[in-house]
Design a protein. Structure first.
Length: 415
């Protein structure tokens, strides 16, 4: 069962929250991060990506970079621009995108639950990507970016969320530049706190939706702190990692699409002929066509859209092999386009569904990509099934929007 607890958040004042809240550190490269901070000088990104405070002669992962993150964070707290909650609380974090609202509980999850499989994963992590966040957390003694977790529906938690939204006043309420509205409510009533903790204690497992590297890094730092505090009781803050936990009914996975740089020496006609051996052509046209259900995919080729449906004989009941992205890879991208390893092949790129079909057309027209594939979104049930089976999804299987902001909730851990 999941062990979740309230915490004393360090968080920005209500007046500054909109200026400080930042998209996750890993959605930017260094140049983009520098530009974002230039345009938004109070952005928490300058702490999450501290290399932006230096010239290009200082490496992204130099020791001085992480020391700068700690220096900046301490200065922010001491300046009074951040406050520390007086007692451990939960928080309701509500995000609204294009009229769709999703609300989650901000709290801290026991590291042991990650290690014993209560927190389930569906992606591998890369050691070099972990190392950056390990050093950031270790140097600042703080977790600054929450892990995006999902759980199966729970009536108690949903009821508290609804009551809080109706009866409480938000401490933050702002709309970011990208049009996403963010509202945060403090849940400090002792009965609500106990009920939330008890409810999560009856949920058998929670699932990482986004933030596998942040979670793995937080766990590694926890292991380091346990080793350096051999008499720790298990109740120290470093035994927990910062999370936002969403009911499955609150979430919507967007499609994650593919573009390929060449046709592997084939003509468009030969590509179509090869694909029709694997899938039925449903419709075609010069305007964008989206897949309408699982088992379908769209293709943009030679300025024209095609909608296909996979043949029944190449589908599978296996949680991973039966995913549309797996079938596309195994039956089309590898045999027809010779894309054997999509994680390393420079001929393939991935486009989040937030960019729409227009984003795929733009990739082909402006970046000289030759073919694009639009996928039907992976479902939450598919994500749960893969994680429950202890398996891993293919790379770039899920795209979650809206993105959680960093800097709104900081979880300090003992040095």
């Amino acid at each position: 069962m999941a062990t979740v607890k309230p915490f004393k958040a360090v968080r920005p004042t209500s007046e500054l929250a909109s200026q400080i809240a930042a998209l996750p550190y890993d959605v930017y490269n260094r140049k983009e991060a520098c530009m974002e901070i230039k345009n938004h000088p109070r952005s928490f990104l300058r702490i999450d990506r501290p290399e932006t405070n230096f010239g290009e002669d200082v490496g992204t992962y130099d020791d001085v970079v992480y020391k700068k993150a700690d220096e900046l964070l301490r200065a922010e707290i001491e300046s009074g621009d951040f406050i520390t909650e007086e007692k451990p609380c939960y928080y309701l974090y509500e995000l609204t995108m294009k009229g769709r609202v999703q609300s989650g509980i901000v709290g801290c999850v026991l590291v042991d639950d990650y290690e014993n499989g209560v927190v389930k994963r569906h992606e591998n992590t890369r050691a070099e990507k972990e190392q950056d966040r390990i050093r950031h957390i270790d140097e600042t003694s703080a977790q600054t970016g929450p892990i995006f977790l999902a759980h199966r529906h729970n009536y108690t938690i949903s009821g508290i969320i609804e009551a809080t939204r109706e009866n409480a006043k938000p401490v933050y309420d702002f709309t970011a530049d990208d049009g996403i509205r963010h509202r945060v409510f403090v849940i400090d009533d002792e009965r609500d706190i106990d009920n939330i903790t008890f409810a999560f204690g009856n949920i058998p497992e929670v699932y990482i939706a986004d933030g596998h590297h942040r979670a793995a890094s937080a766990v590694k730092v926890s292991q380091m702190r346990r080793a350096s505090h051999p008499r720790n009781t298990g109740k120290e803050e470093f035994n927990y990692f910062l999370s936002v936990l969403f009911d499955e009914n609150e979430l919507e996975i967007m499609d994650y699409n593919r573009v390929v740089k060449d046709l592997n020496w084939l003509t468009p006609a030969k590509v179509l002929a090869a694909i029709e051996k694997k899938a039925d052509l449903i419709k075609e046209g010069f305007y964008g066509i989206s897949p309408e259900k699982k088992g379908q995919f769209s293709m943009y080729l030679d300025d024209k859209w095609y909608l296909f449906e996979f043949h029944e004989d190449i589908r599978s009941d296996d949680p991973v092999k039966g995913m549309d992205v797996s079938i596309l890879q195994d039956e089309i991208l590898e045999p027809i386009f010779n894309i054997k390893d999509p994680t390393r092949d420079i001929r393939i790129d991935f486009v989040g569904g937030i960019r729409g079909l227009e984003g795929l057309e733009s990739k082909c027209e402006r970046e000289n990509m030759k073919v694009a594939f639009a996928m039907y979104p992976t479902s939450m049930e598919e994500l749960f099934a893969v994680a429950d089976a202890g398996l891993l999804m293919p790379p770039k299987s899920t795209w979650f929007e809206p993105k959680l902001r960093s800097g709104l909730f900081i979880h300090p851990i003992e040095r």
